[in-house]
Ligand binder design. Structure first.
Ligand SMILES: C[S@@+](CC[C@H](N)C(=O)[O-])C[C@H]1O[C@@H](n2cnc3c(N)ncnc32)[C@H](O)[C@@H]1O
Length: 353
């Protein structure tokens, strides 16, 4: 156990990194909601649907976020991973991302009002990506397809999760520790499917810098951002690929991670993707999924979960909320080990039989 002075120093350092981040993104959320109220009032519209459904109040949300951050810190203190660095960039970089976020809000608002969600399905893109993928998820400009969208994405997710997105992703490191601890990391392999801009892989590399990791995503633009973000790390590859047909050998991976992706897939595709997870895992390997809470996981949040796809374009989220992942996993030889709630998300852990 660490001596009290170094434990105190760790806690101060953790708070000094996380509290300003949380305040920054909560501040963005407040400004965004105020702007939205002003625009709606000017257009003579009433309050958004959130105002009429029972959702957890701010105090409850912040209390549950605090539990997540306490767990994150406890993992650091237990030596599961080092004091996390979020690598948000220099002040000009952070300010520029904030500018990109706010500049996009009027377009997001227009798309939400008009339910205009197919702007990325064009003559150029049709047939090059699955149809379900070619949508303006979250009503964001460029869908998953443009470098600008990739630059805005992390601010959008952190604003949505009040600055807790990285801490949520890090909760996948604990179940990985259970299979990777005391083993020669150079001989293991991790695959992160739908790795997006690489924020989870960054946290992963902070814990296991020499463990070969592969990130796969359908978006070239997001992988471009990931490449930039991850340039300090070795033994890391990024590949454009479809989770429905992973360009990876069968039984080659010790662990597969998948973060914030399943809720964006149609139910049929989720089943195909699970079969792929199972195919590429070695026997005894772990699948760790981090995604939204589902109905019943934290009953007070059910109203909020049901509202989410109305404010953000999430065409498959309602089906996700009721999906039985234990069943889907069991059908392809993956045993469900546990689910652990993490604020508005949860970590689902499976083992290949
Ligand atoms: C909400 S983002 C999550 C990204 C990242 N895992 C994170 O933690 O932020 C969903 C990601 O899944 C990717 N994606 C969606 N469908 C996919 C598919 N069929 N194959 C590979 N990637 C896919 C998208 O391009 C996007 O980067």
């Amino acid at each position: 156990m660490a001596d009290p002075i170094s434990q105190f120093a760790t806690r101060i350092a953790y708070g000094a990194r996380q509290l300003p981040r949380v305040a920054w993104y909560i501040g963005h959320g407040m400004v965004m909601r105020r702007l939205s109220r002003t625009v709606r009032a000017r257009a003579g519209q009433g309050p958004p649907p959130q105002a009429r459904v029972k959702v957890p109040d701010r105090r409850r949300l912040y209390a549950d976020m605090a539990v997540l951050f306490q767990r994150d810190l406890a993992n650091v203190e237990a030596g599961i991973y080092p004091l996390p660095a979020d690598h948000d960039g220099t002040l000009p970089v952070v300010l520029n991302r904030s500018r990109l976020f706010f500049e996009d809000l009027p377009d997001v608002h227009r798309r939400r009002e008009r339910r205009d969600v197919r702007q990325v399905l064009t003559e150029d893109t049709r047939g090059k990506r699955p149809n379900y993928y070619l949508q303006n998820f979250h009503f964001q400009s460029g869908g998953w397809l443009t470098p600008e969208s990739a630059q805005r994405y992390d601010t959008q997710v952190e604003v949505l999760l009040n600055g807790s997105a990285n801490a949520t992703r890090r909760q996948a490191l604990l179940p990985l520790h259970e299979v990777f601890a005391r083993r020669d990391q150079r001989r293991l392999k991790l695959l992160d499917v739908g790795c997006g801009t690489g924020r989870f892989l960054d946290s992963f590399k902070q814990a296991w810098p020499r463990l070969p990791a592969l990130g796969i995503d359908l978006s070239e633009a997001y992988l471009g951002e990931a490449k930039q973000h991850l340039k300090q790390w070795c033994w890391i590859d990024l590949l454009v690929g479809n989770a429905e047909a992973l360009p990876v050998k069968s039984e080659s991976q010790d662990a597969v991670t998948n973060i914030f992706m399943l809720h964006e897939l149609p139910p049929k595709v989720r089943r195909v993707v699970f079969r792929e997870f199972a195919r590429v895992l070695k026997r005894g390997g772990r699948l760790v999924v981090v995604d939204s809470l589902q109905l019943g996981d934290a009953p007070d949040y059910d109203g909020m979960l049901e509202l989410f796809p109305r404010s953000y374009h999430e065409p498959y989220y309602t089906s996700y909320l009721k999906e039985d992942f234990r069943d889907i996993a069991a059908a392809c030889g993956l045993a469900h080990l546990r689910d652990v709630n993490a604020f508005v998300s949860k970590v689902m852990v499976f083992a290949k039989r």
